[in-house]
Design a protein around this ligand. Structure first.
Ligand SMILES: Nc1ncnc2c1ncn2[C@@H]1O[C@H](COP(=O)(O)OP(=O)(O)OP(=O)(O)O)[C@@H](O)[C@H]1O
Ligand SMILES: [Mg+2]
Length: 419
């Protein structure tokens, strides 16, 4: 059990490249922390500095309050689970799990090894497979063997670097829930690198979003989704992504290519001197008015639908719009930052599965202007972020985390009592 503190951590590689530019992060005991961001943003570098596979150029790393910058990887007592699991093909599952104990020559008696491996195998439901070879196991079982090896070491924390990235989509989904269950069950501090935002949203107690070596926001998945601090986080979290529309301030309305929305009082002040903000609207906040009735404060508009996609439980409609050259360069830059494939200037609408809107239709839509985010064009800052609401979400997420940790500890105690 451990907490991990990163204080102004910097990594400058030998060739002078600054991959991590002063990252500070507190990972609580038992917390599941996700590091996420586009390729090359420094996720693996950060993780490798935590385990000790990479020197820390500047800043301080503490594990359970103790500075570990100078400690060798084996003295940090952290367990890293690699993408390819690194299992030994000629050894049985039992011996693969026992491997770290055998390495610590003479430290454990044969009985202790057996006891530890069996305990880990019980947690991982691998008891029936202990005599088998890794080659004969499913991808998910191999993953569990790799975790077993981390468990027997009684490591203080688990570190994962994109462990599921070479699995197919279905297995990836299964393994995701498997890892979540395991982490809850063990209540062990976990740092998990991914660039898959579904993994980030579903696994993380909190998610740290990185962009070019800099931390953008650290928050629960819900806070990132509902109260992003800037354009980058808003665009990175969510699939399909948030729609970004060029806006013009005209008195007390924001003129968008699709409709006008009223500017609430608090925002009016903030918008002074910012005539060209960017408005962000999530695809699910735009509704088909023929299926759902608009509320009083909703804004309605008509638009021609270019393409629709039906996916069974939901469908998407695409509505092209005219962009604004003054804003488009910023959106193109954002797209490059997000590793995008060139954003089309089209609105994506996540329609109710019942909607009968079809390609070529001129349809009636509505949206709640309170659900729109407004971003500063120059800095990308989210001018509509509600700090009170964000703090409330953070409190709730922390309560959820504590509760689930307590449940896992109670279960462990009950099992220890029973055996
Ligand atoms: N040994 C090295 N020497 C110089 N630069 C490096 C070295 N290793 C990584 N980098 C650079 O540091 C930056 C961060 O790399 P890192 O591997 O941490 O990214 P990442 O976020 O894990 O990306 P990915 O999602 O592609 O795995 C990249 O620009 C990379 O080119
Ligand atoms: Mg990486």
């Amino acid at each position: 059990m451990a907490n991990i503190e990163l204080r102004d951590i910097v990594k400058t590689y030998g060739d002078g490249f600054k991959a991590v530019k002063g990252v500070s992060l507190d990972i609580a005991d038992g917390e599941f922390m996700i590091l996420v961001g586009p390729s090359g943003c420094g996720k693996s570098t950060l993780l490798r500095m935590i385990v000790g596979l990479e020197d820390i150029t500047a800043g301080e790393l503490k594990i359970s309050g103790k500075r570990v910058n100078e400690l060798a990887p084996r003295d940090r007592n952290l367990a890293m689970v690699f993408q390819n699991y690194a299992l030994y093909p000629h050894l049985s599952v039992f011996e693969n799990i026992a491997f770290p104990l055998r390495l610590a020559r003479g430290q454990f008696t044969e009985d202790e090894v057996k006891q530890k491996v069996n305990a880990a195998a019980a947690v991982l439901e691998l008891q029936d497979h202990l005599d088998r070879k890794p080659a004969n196991l499913s991808g998910g079982q191999r993953q569990r063997v790799a975790m077993g090896r981390a468990i027997v070491r009684d490591a203080d924390a688990f570190l994962f670097d994109e462990p599921l990235s070479n699995l197919d989509a279905k297995l990836r989904g299964q393994m995701r829930t498997e890892i979540a269950r395991m982490q809850r069950r063990l209540g062990i501090t976990t740092v998990y690198v991914t660039h898959d935002q579904i993994e980030a949203m579903t696994l993380g107690d909190r998610v740290a979003v990185l962009k070019r070596g800099e931390l953008q926001q650290v928050a629960s998945p819900r806070e990132l989704y509902e109260q992003p601090v800037n354009l980058f986080v808003a665009g990175f979290i969510g699939s399909p992504p948030m729609n970004f529309l060029p806006a013009r301030v005209d008195g007390d309305v924001l003129k968008l290519p699709i409709c006008d929305i009223p500017i609430p009082g608090e925002l009016q002040q903030k918008l002074e001197g910012r005539d060209l903000p960017i408005v962000g609207i999530r695809p699910e906040y735009i509704k088909d008015s023929s299926v759902q009735r608009p509320n009083d404060r909703d804004v309605t508009f008509e638009a021609q639908v270019d393409v629709t996609e039906w996916l069974g439980n939901e469908q998407y409609a695409y509505v092209p719009f005219e962009s604004d050259p003054a804003v488009q360069h910023k959106l193109d830059e954002l797209d490059r930052d997000l590793d995008g494939e060139g954003l089309r200037t089209q609105l994506v609408v996540n329609l109710d599965a019942r909607s009968r809107i079809r390609e070529g239709d001129v349809a009636r839509f509505h949206l709640d202007p309170a659900m729109a985010h407004v971003f500063d064009l120059a800095t990308g800052e989210n001018l509509t972020r509600n700090e009170e609401e964000a703090a409330r979400i953070a409190r709730e997420s922390e309560e959820d985390r504590r509760r689930s940790l307590e449940r896992s500890k109670a279960r462990e105690a009950a099992e220890a009592g029973a055996s």
